[in-house]
Structures are given as structure tokens and as C-alpha cells.
Design a protein around this ligand. Structure first.
Ligand code: ZN
Ligand code: ZN
Length: 325
């Protein structure tokens, strides 16, 4: 039995990626992005060791917890399951559940390899619960290598004329930008404190990001700064231009393309785009597909029309649950 009730509930003793601090015996956290992490004092927590390291560096220590190795079957709350790399950020996991039916839960995932992570492999399952963040054909991203080359040459060109600010989520994207700066522009960037802390966790887990400097009254030490998008605005640009006495160029790395005040948007995402989603479903070859997040209905329609596999959004609390179909 699987349904959505303030998280993905499997049976009555396991909740995956809770949206509230609802106490339930066992909680599995797929990865350390804040929308997937809710900690209470009553539950026992399960995650990969990398996810634990990020959670403890970013949020809080989790006393009652156990780390689960990738590819090793384990039993949590009477459910046999295996965590697999989801290719989204460091430590991010997909979940393969073996009950009367095998259920694959992608959580946030991508299949492309990146400079700092390998992509997700298909889950061999009868029911596939797949995220549908970019579940319409509009979202089709160029291959990563060519985006890297483009970002690298943009950085090199703009940093000759002025100062460059790269905006990207502090967890996942900012680490990739750090590595791109080093490898594709030959520059060690300054990084905002929140980026620095995550960079350190990646580095301690053995991921090569190249060199970087923590931003600390040292603006003249590098022509590039990496910061979270929430901090990169017109004000920051003006302050930097005033103190550095040179033009400041800004770019945002994101899968969402929209009009903005950035000089450039690079379509770099940690989620599967539409072609990757359909390809992934094909490779997993399930009998039923359930969608969640973003374009749920749309992706379910495309899966059933184009691949001929029954598909629908995951039932929410109050709707019929899977076992009733
Ligand atoms: Zn995420
Ligand atoms: Zn998410």
C-alpha cells in the first residue's frame, strides 16, 4: 500500500520524505534538500551516509538514525527496500521496495552524468513512482558537456571585463558551478558561506570540486563569486560595482527559464528533463506509472499515450489508495 499523506507513506510504519514533522515510527529521507527534510524527536531516521552528513552540517544532528548503504537490501518498518543513487545531489537516493509487488520510487533524480556525480540507473520494478517536475516537452535541456563549455567561455570572457556572479542553489548546483569554474574557466571562485559549507561536505565525501575560497571581505581574490539565487539581486550588483569599480555580470543556472534581471540563464538542472523522464520509464519497463510533483497529470498522460503504460498521479490522502485499484 502506497499513498501520499504528508509524505510518501508505505504501509503504516514508513514515511518517505515527510512534508511535516508528523511523528511516525520510521522516516526515510531521500536527500538533503530542505523540502524533503523534516526532523522530529519521535521518529527513527534512515538515509545514506552522505545525506546524513549534509543534514547534520546544514540543519541539525539527528540522534535516532541509521545510515543505509546503496545497493544493500534492508528492512525498515516491515518493508524490504534498497537505496540506489538517484543522480540528483550528493547522497540522493531512489528507493526500490520489494513487497507483493516491486515498487520503484525515483524521488528527485536525473539520468545524465555530471561533472560531480553519476546519473541514476533504471529501477527494475512493476510500479514506478516517478517525479514529474519537468513533465512536459517544453523542458528539454542540451547535453551537459555543451552547457559546461558555454558557461566556461562566458565566465572567461566576462571576467576579463569585470566581475562575475554565478547564482545556483547552494546544495547541488553551486558545487557543480564550483567544479565548472575550475575545470572550464581555470578560475578558483569565491563562494558564499552557505555554498562553502556544502562544498566541504562534498569534498570530505571524496568529490573533486577544484579550489574555492570562502567569501570573507576578500572580493579582490577572485573574479568570480558563486552565491545562492536568493542573494543575487540588483542591490548586490550595485554594491559590488561600487566597491570593485568595475562592471558586474550575473548568470543563473536553472532548468526553469523565465525572464529575469540576470545577464544569462544557463539551463543546468539537477532534475530529469522530459526526454529523460520518458526514457527512464521505458528502461524501467513498469506495469504502472505513478507521477508526483509539478506536471503530474501531464506526464501521466504522455506516458500512457506515448508508451502505452497505464499512468496516473499518485493518490493523495482521501483518494482511493493503490491497493484498491
Ligand atoms: Zn531535491
Ligand atoms: Zn524536491
Amino acid at each position: 500500500m502506497i499513498k501520499f499523506d504528508k509524505g510518501i507513506q508505505v504501509g503504516d510504519k514508513l514515511l518517505i520524505d515527510p512534508h511535516t514533522k508528523r511523528p511516525i515510527e520510521n522516516v526515510l529521507i531521500s536527500h538533503a534538500h530542505s523540502d524533503h527534510v523534516k526532523i522530529n524527536n519521535e521518529s527513527k531516521y534512515f538515509f545514506s551516509k552522505e545525506t546524513k552528513a549534509i543534514i547534520e552540517s546544514r540543519y541539525q544532528a539527528v540522534e535516532n538514525s541509521k545510515t543505509v548503504a546503496f545497493g544493500k537490501k534492508t528492512n525498515i518498518g516491515n518493508v524490504d527496500l534498497t537505496l540506489e543513487n538517484s543522480g540528483h545531489i550528493l547522497g540522493s537516493s531512489s528507493v526500490l521496495i520489494e513487497s507483493d509487488k516491486t515498487i520503484g520510487i525515483t524521488s528527485d533524480f536525473k539520468t545524465q552524468n555530471s561533472l560531480i556525480q553519476t546519473g541514476a540507473a533504471p529501477l527494475n520494478c512493476e510500479i514506478l513512482l516517478i517525479e514529474s517536475t519537468f513533465g512536459i516537452p517544453t523542458f528539454s535541456f542540451p547535453d551537459r558537456e555543451s552547457i559546461y563549455t558555454e558557461i566556461g567561455s562566458w565566465i572567461k570572457e566576462k571576467s576579463k571585463k569585470g566581475f562575475v556572479v554565478l547564482a545556483g542553489y547552494s546544495l547541488g548546483k553551486a558545487q557543480e558551478l564550483t567544479a565548472i569554474c575550475n575545470e572550464y574557466a581555470g578560475i578558483s571562485p569565491l563562494v558564499h558561506e552557505s555554498v562553502f559549507d556544502n562544498n566541504e561536505v562534498y569534498k570530505n565525501s571524496g568529490v573533486k570540486l577544484g579550489n574555492y575560497l570562502k567569501l570573507n571581505h576578500n572580493l579582490k581574490d577572485s573574479p568570480v563569486l558563486i552565491a545562492p539565487p536568493t542573494l543575487v539581486n540588483h542591490n548586490l550588483q550595485q554594491v559590488l560595482e561600487y566597491s570593485l569599480k568595475k562592471p558586474v555580470f550575473t548568470a543563473l543556472a536553472t532548468g526553469w527559464s523565465f525572464r529575469s534581471s540576470y545577464d544569462r540563464i544557463f539551463p543546468l538542472s539537477d532534475h530529469a528533463d522530459f526526454p529523460q523522464l520518458l526514457d527512464y520509464v521505458k528502461q524501467c519497463d513498469p506495469k504502472l506509472v505513478l507521477t508526483m510533483h509539478g506536471y503530474e497529470r501531464e506526464l501521466a498522460n504522455y506516458v500512457s499515450r506515448r508508451l502505452g503504460i497505464p499512468a496516473k498521479p499518485l493518490a493523495k490522502k482521501g483518494q482511493k489508495v493503490l491497493s484498491e485499484f
